[in-house]
Design a protein around this ligand. Structure first.
Ligand code: PLP
Length: 386
């Protein structure tokens, strides 16, 4: 199997259950990251497992996306749009977040006839060449250039930067509401309003990348619902598939027509909306909606924030259960994560912030687990004095 770093964590996962991961020696680890914001209902959720088995017993793949109607993806689309404002009433399922962002970019080019984009600095939208073009970071992109030209990068919450964007020619502005890989940094409501106004004035599309924030991770079904600002295009991924590979672009039926005419087949995907993935996603969403009250995500966020107080903790940022625990810059995050692993906590760092512990556990995590995890984090941090 290919490696993506010279020294991967290389923990041998044997099985996973609830909020726990087990290695090949039977050691248990708290899952503090949910496979990077995926496994919201934890591992081995019975409703998801049964829905997957039932779909496999009916059929798996039969035809490329868009040509035949499968009951499960159709029911899943209906449930997704029933949770959203009426302008977001059409779902295009694809396989990954990167593909969904790429499709959203293509859609914006098609609808506006333009080819420039605005993205935020230190944003991550996926690893394909479209999404990679939206990344300003030289370290990750320079060896893959040339990428798409004409991308303007603005810093999150920089009002002046929005004012100086071009008055015309921008196809879309792409925004994450909690910039995850910068270390879970929240967009301010006034900043988003300013971007919405800019898009309305210039007839550019506003795309919200809710691949990490969506499907209740920050408390609401999508993060934008707590801001009251509606995008033209919404992108979901990660948790939307309930642990299976699935993502989607959601927009109005009118806008989505751009993919089916002149040219037809504007976006093609063989496996997008795979019925087994949609069965998992549908069961996941139904379960999350049923359990929403008892999951009590704001209470769990508060529990982490209250417990994570220590001389080596600088700040806790983010929303819901997409949090970053920022630590003293003198602490080596890779070494710290190794020590946490030895204490039975599996976590990770952020792409653009190497001074923070990623806290994105399954939403089913209990308060007693949170207390135990925070005690262990503080115990490890006690070892550092400067
Ligand atoms: N957008 C955001 C905000 C992400 O966090 C990610 C993945 O981490 C992506 C897009 C890309 O998703 P995928 O890895 O499924 O291609």
């Amino acid at each position: 199997m290919a490696q993506t770093t010279p020294a991967p964590i290389a923990l041998k996962i044997d099985r996973a259950d609830g909020v726990w991961l087990y290695d090949d020696l039977g050691n248990a680890y708290y899952d503090l990251i949910s496979g990077i914001s995926v496994s919201s209902l934890g591992h081995q959720n019975q409703r998801i497992a049964e829905a997957v088995k039932a779909q496999i017993d009916k059929h798996m793949h039969v035809m490329v996306y868009g040509e035949v109607i499968h009951d499960t993806p159709a029911r899943f689309s209906e449930l997704l749009v029933s949770q959203l404002p009426e302008t977001l009433d059409n779902v295009y399922f694809v396989n990954s977040g990167s593909e969904a962002i790429d499709a959203a970019m293509k859609l914006a080019k098609r609808i506006t006839g333009r080819h420039s984009f605005v993205a935020q600095k230190e944003a991550y939208h996926g690893s394909g060449q479209g999404p990679l073009s939206l990344m300003d970071d030289a370290y990750f992109t320079q060896r893959y250039r040339p990428l798409l030209n004409n991308v303007y990068y603005i810093k999150q919450n920089d009002f002046t930067a929005v004012e100086s964007l071009p008055a015309e020619g921008v196809a879309a502005v792409i925004v994450e509401l909690v910039q995850a890989e910068r270390g879970a940094r929240l967009a301010e409501v006034e900043y988003l309003k300013q971007i919405r106004t800019y898009c309305d004035r210039t007839q550019s599309l506003l795309i919200f990348d809710e691949i990490q924030t969506g499907v209740f991770r920050t408390g609401e079904f999508t993060a934008f619902q707590s801001y009251g600002i509606i995008p033209d295009v919404l992108v979901l991924g990660k948790a939307v598939g309930g642990g299976m590979p699935l993502a989607c672009v959601i927009t109005s039926t009118e806008k989505m027509r751009a993919f089916s005419d002149k040219p037809i087949l504007g976006h093609i995907t063989t496996f997008g909306g795979h019925p087994v993935c949609c069965a998992a996603g549908l069961a996941n969403l139904e379960c999350l909606m049923d359990w929403r009250e008892e999951l009590n995500i704001p209470l769990k966020e508060k529990a982490f924030r209250d417990a994570l107080k220590h001389r080596n903790i600088v700040d806790v940022t983010g929303k819901g259960l997409l949090l970053a625990c920022h630590i003293d810059k003198r602490i080596d995050i890779i070494e710290l994560n190794k020590q946490l692993l030895e204490e039975g906590i599996f976590t990770d760092w952020f792409l653009f912030n190497q001074n923070a512990i990623r806290i994105a556990p399954p939403l089913i995590m209990e308060l007693s687990h949170i207390t135990e995890i925070c005690e262990k984090i503080k115990k490890v941090l006690d070892r550092y004095s400067f």
